[in-house]
Ligand binder design. Sequence first.
Ligand SMILES: C[S@@+](CC[C@H](N)C(=O)[O-])C[C@H]1O[C@@H](n2cnc3c(N)ncnc32)[C@H](O)[C@@H]1O
Length: 314
Amino acid sequence: MPRAVSLFSGCGGSDAGVIAAGFDVVMANDILPYARDVYLANHPETDYRLGSVSEITAFPKAELLVGCYPCQGFSQGGVREPSRRINKLYLEFARALKAIKPKAFIVENVSGMVRANYEHLLKDQIKVFSEAGYDVKTSVLNAASYGVAQERKRIFIVGIKKTIRRRYKFPVPTHGPDTDNDFFSIRDAIGDLPEWPEGEFYEREFHWYYMSRDRRRDWGQPSKTIVANPRHMPLHPMSPVMEKVEHNVWKFADEGLARRFSYREAARLQGFAPNLVFPDTDAGSLLMRYTVVGNAVPPPLFQAVAEALPDIWD
Ligand SMILES: C[S@@+](CC[C@H](N)C(=O)[O-])C[C@H]1O[C@@H](n2cnc3c(N)ncnc32)[C@H](O)[C@@H]1O
């Protein structure tokens, strides 16, 4: 089995995909205690190092390196400052790449990185990884096109060691228009779960910002993007339809009960296995559960990207 090292591993969304693609994840790392708790409750065999990546001085051998460094500087929801220090974490990824020298690597990040303001950061990443000896390809993929019940566009950066002389081709969509499969819907993902999972969803009021756009999709559609901040979590389809009043002002069409997706529903909509364990540890507040789920890469999407790597492992 080829080995993988994972950085910025969170609760293990990307790594669940890597494992499903046939890799042994020998080391994972994140700074968030509850991400570690969820990861180890589901993948106890991995050596998970809790702490900043910058403190890791030695990495194990591996054929694949994966990492999804944080995206605050790029994301559409977060503060957009191209120079924020956090955007430099790709240099930590590059440090690991140069130390491990894997045959291939996969990076995932928010698609906002392709916008003009951030282009220089993307270019710099490609330059740094190319100079480390990799043939680098990038593409923006939508999770819904790969069997995830959610619209989620993310950029993938994939590199194969130049000396291997093999090209990477991104996987073709398997779901949606021009494929044999319909998109997975919210019903497919969470239709069997209770309608009102007391204590598992964020109950604060819907403030004006929340009501500034349509937050609801029907049962038969893929969900809107699952985010890490529960205040902005999309509505469960049991909620009333939203109607536009004017620019940036929406209202519920009737007074029926409305609620956001629970963290467990959000995990299903991210494509995690239905039996994903959320351990009841000290770090496991409701907010933290939403955070680790919303930060994750949908496992089926990461699996599709990993499976598209050529067979270079012998
Ligand atoms: C986009 S999320 C990764 C999600 C993960 N790949 C998954 O699929 O579940 C980015 C992660 O980087 C972590 N992080 C931020 N700064 C870090 C640092 N200095 N060292 C290690 N991890 C860090 C965050 O806690 C967060 O979990």
